[in-house]
Ligand binder design. Structure first.
Ligand code: SF4
Length: 327
C-alpha cells in the first residue's frame, strides 16, 4: 500500500472541501472496500478523508420517505424494523450482501460506491480501461463468466457489484449528495454511468461530491417487494444474477410493478419493457415469460456468460412466483 495522508472531521463541508481540493483523494467510511483496493494497488489515493464523524447515520421515516444516512451500517439498516416491514427487498438485499462482520462495518454510501469485482480491474498486472484508460479490456476475450450481457461496450463489460443498489433501483430511491457546488439528489440511473468509451468515469458525481444518504418513498409497492440473489456458493458471494421486484396486485392483475436486475449490467439494470409486459396483466407464467424475454432483448453475451441470459429470466420467474404467479 502506498503512503497517504489522513483527515478525520465532523464537518461535511470540510470533508468535501478537502477531497475536492486534491485530485486522487477519497472519502472512507467503513473501509471494507477502499482498503482492499489500496492494498491491491488498484487505487492509491494521496489523501483519505474519514467521514465516520459526520452526522450521517440516521435511519428514519420523514415526510413519506425512509431516509438512510450514508454512514449508517449495512447491518443496522438490514435489522431495522421499519426496513424489514416496509422495504423487505432492501433488508433482503443487505442480508444477502455480506457476512455479519462486514455488514457491521460497511456503510450504505460505501456500498453504493464500491468498485466492480472484475478481477482484471483489481489486478494491476493486467491492463484495464476502467483503471487505466486506453490500456485495453482483457475481459472481452478472456474470463468473462461474471461479466455483463446488457449495457456493456467494446471498452468495458464489468458488472456493478452492489445488491443494495439493485434493491434501491426497484424502490425508486434517490441519492442525496453534498458537493463543492452544494446539495442535490439523483435517481440511481443518473448516479451510475454506462461504460461507453469512458469506463473510468463510473458515476456522475463530481470529484469531492459526497453521498450523504438515500431517500426511498414509502409506498405499497415498497412494502410488497422481494430480492432474489443467485450466486456460485451459498456463503457470501457476489451475484451471478439478481432480481429486485416490487409489485402490487388486485386479484391476479398486476396494478403496478418495479423491477431491477443485478449481475448482468454495469449498473443496476432497469427494463421498462419487462415492467410493461406485466403491468395491467394477470400474473401468470405466460406474463412472467414475456417479461423475461423483454428484459433480455438486445443482450450481448460473451464466450463464457451466455448462461446469464437464461438464468436471469428464470430468476425473474422465481421472484414472480413468490408473488403468486410466475409459474
Ligand atoms: Fe477493466 Fe472493465 Fe475490462 Fe474488467 S471489463 S478488464 S473492469 S475494462
Amino acid at each position: 500500500m502506498k503512503p497517504f495522508d489522513y483527515l478525520r472531521t465532523s464537518r461535511a463541508s470540510t470533508a468535501v472541501g478537502a477531497v475536492a481540493a486534491r485530485p486522487g483523494s477519497s472519502f472512507v467510511a467503513g473501509g471494507t472496500e477502499l482498503l482492499n483496493l489500496m492494498k491491491d494497488q488498484a487505487l492509491a489515493p494521496g489523501l483519505v478523508v474519514d467521514v465516520n464523524g459526520l452526522p450521517l447515520s440516521e435511519i428514519a421515516l420523514r415526510d413519506g420517505r425512509l431516509l438512510i444516512g450514508a454512514t449508517a451500517r449495512m447491518g443496522d439498516v438490514a435489522d431495522h424494523p421499519v426496513v424489514r416491514q416496509g422495504f423487505p427487498a432492501l433488508a433482503e438485499a443487505l442480508l444477502a450482501s455480506a457476512s455479519p462482520q462486514i455488514r457491521n462495518r460497511a456503510s450504505i454510501g460505501g456500498n453504493l460506491m464500491q468498485r466492480t469485482r472484475c478481477w482484471y480491474y483489481r489486478d494491476p498486472g493486467f491492463p484495464c480501461n476502467r483503471r487505466d484508460p486506453g490500456s485495453g479490456c482483457p475481459a472481452l476475450d478472456g474470463q468473462n463468466r461474471w461479466h455483463a450481457v446488457l449495457g456493456g461496450s467494446d471498452h468495458c463489460i464489468a458488472v456493478h457489484p452492489s445488491d443494495l443498489a439493485v434493491a434501491l433501483r426497484a424502490l425508486d430511491a434517490r441519492v442525496r449528495t453534498l458537493g463543492p457546488d452544494g446539495r442535490r439528489t439523483l435517481a440511481l440511473d443518473d448516479l451510475y454511468r454506462l461504460p461507453g468509451a469512458t469506463p473510468h468515469r463510473e458515476t456522475n458525481l463530481r470529484h469531492g461530491e459526497l453521498i450523504t444518504g438515500v431517500e426511498i418513498p414509502v409506498t405499497p409497492l415498497a412494502r410488497s417487494s422481494r430480492y432474489l440473489k443467485l450466486r456460485d456458493r451459498a456463503g457470501f458471494e457476489f451475484a451471478v444474477v439478481s432480481v429486485a421486484a416490487a409489485l402490487t396486485l388486485r386479484g391476479r392483475t398486476v396494478t403496478d410493478v418495479r423491477l431491477a436486475f443485478g449481475g448482468i449490467a454495469p449498473r443496476p439494470w432497469h427494463s421498462a419493457a419487462a415492467e410493461e409486459a406485466l403491468r395491467g396483466r394477470a400474473l401468470t407464467a405466460g406474463a412472467a415469460g414475456a417479461a423475461g424475454r423483454a428484459l433480455v432483448q438486445g443482450a450481448r453475451p460473451r464466450e463464457h456468460n451466455a448462461f446469464k441470459v437464461e438464468l436471469v429470466q428464470r430468476a425473474l420467474a422465481d421472484v414472480l412466483d413468490d408473488f403468486g404467479g410466475g409459474r
